[in-house]
Design a protein around this ligand. Structure first.
Ligand code: Q9C
Ligand code: ZN
Length: 342
């Protein structure tokens, strides 16, 4: 299995994450990736391939033009306003406020486009997010050209990014772009399976009214876990997308027994849907020692996870999402790939 990866992820290295009322070093940090690269090498995977630039048309199909403009220009506007720190959202359009028009002021714009305040934007965020998108797209092209599967070592992650919102460490929705590319290449139906600990609200939102892309997510129940306001079991899609969304919210302490039952159910739904290609949003923050999550998967469980996903028998692009138990992120991620391969 080829890995696609861009060193440009390093341009995004915020110093601040708002966590528990303090600014801490972000959980989503560049070193996460080093552990994956090291483990890939140890386990005999081929050297990562630097991706060609991303196709802008695919990104334009998923994200709103004003949102993309905002991401590209936010840092310059923030500096021009005289702000000294990193970009952190502080004012949100909450209940019964206006959501139709983005403010002119950059502080207002930031709140308009943010879905949460933990995620900082910095000078290099756009370049890094664009490179992450490029890795995802390159992995899709490898699979479209005949590879059984490919791994996009994306950073920053993407699944919380909606058409016009960033947050949860995500800016551009890499997995959604891969699904869209499979459709453009002629697959009538595509599935996105999101096994990150957190609900893939962005991906769900992008495809919620579409009948050509099935979205399934296994995650910490919204009552207890970020993003809190989406990912309930009764969200099943709308319009042409009615029945093409499946959510599996699970309680604190959930281990691999019940988790893998949900996985099998999601995979059988994907089979019944008739998907011709699969995008795996792979977060390994389901690991028992993850610092911000509450599932109890062991490292060995990730091998079995990969094997079960492979049994779907579909051309598959695996996109890196979350995972914050820094030392174990490499082992757990590569275990999924090895379980898939064997
Ligand atoms: N301060 C992904 O796994 N909540 N995003 C932060 C700790 C946001 C996770 C809680 C978690 C976002 C891609
Ligand atoms: Zn996550």
């Amino acid at each position: 299995m080829k890995t696609f990866f861009s060193e440009d992820h390093r341009a995004h290295f915020p110093q601040a994450e708002l966590h528990g009322g303090q600014f801490v070093t972000p959980f989503e940090r560049p070193s996460r990736i080093e552990h994956v690269l090291t483990r890939l090498k140890e386990r005999g995977f081929a050297a990562p391939i630097a991706p060609d630039p991303a196709d802008r048309a695919v990104v334009d199909a998923l994200h709103a033009p004003d949102y993309l403009d905002f991401l590209e220009t936010a840092w310059a506007e923030w500096k021009a306003e005289g702000f000294e720190g990193e970009i952190i959202a502080a004012s949100f359009p909450a209940r019964r406020m206006q959501t139709a028009r983005p403010p002119r002021n950059i502080d207002g714009k930031v709140g308009y486009y943010a879905l949460a305040a933990e995620t900082a934007i910095t000078e290099g965020t756009w370049a890094a997010a664009w490179s992450s998108m490029a890795s995802a797209q390159a992995a899709q092209r490898a699979v479209a050209a005949g590879d059984r599967a490919a791994f996009a070592l994306c950073r920053p992650p993407g699944h919380h990014a909606a058409s016009d919102m960033y947050g949860g460490y995500c800016f551009l929705n890499n997995a959604a772009a891969v699904a869209e590319m499979f459709r453009r290449d002629g697959a009538a139906k595509v599935a996105v399976l999101d096994v990150d600990f957190h609900h893939g609200n962005g991906t769900q939102d992008i495809f919620y009214d579409r009948g050509d892309v099935f979205f399934a997510s296994l995650h910490g129940a919204p009552e207890d876990a970020f993003p809190y306001f989406l990912g309930f079991a009764d969200e099943t899609g709308t319009g042409a997308g009615d029945g093409a969304t499946a959510n599996y919210p699970m309680a604190p302490g959930t281990g691999y027994g019940p988790w893998s039952e949900a996985l099998d159910d999601a995979l059988s739904r994907i089979r019944a849907f008739g998907a011709e290609a699969l995008v795996l949003s792979l977060g390994v923050d389901t690991f028992k020692d993850d610092p911000i999550s509450f599932f109890k998967l062991d490292s060995g469980d990730f091998l079995d996870m990969g094997a079960r996903v492979a049994r779907a028998g579909l051309p598959t692009v695996i996109c890196m999402e979350g995972g914050y138990a820094i030392e174990a992120v490499g082992i757990n991620t590569v275990n999924v790939l090895e379980g898939f391969n064997n």
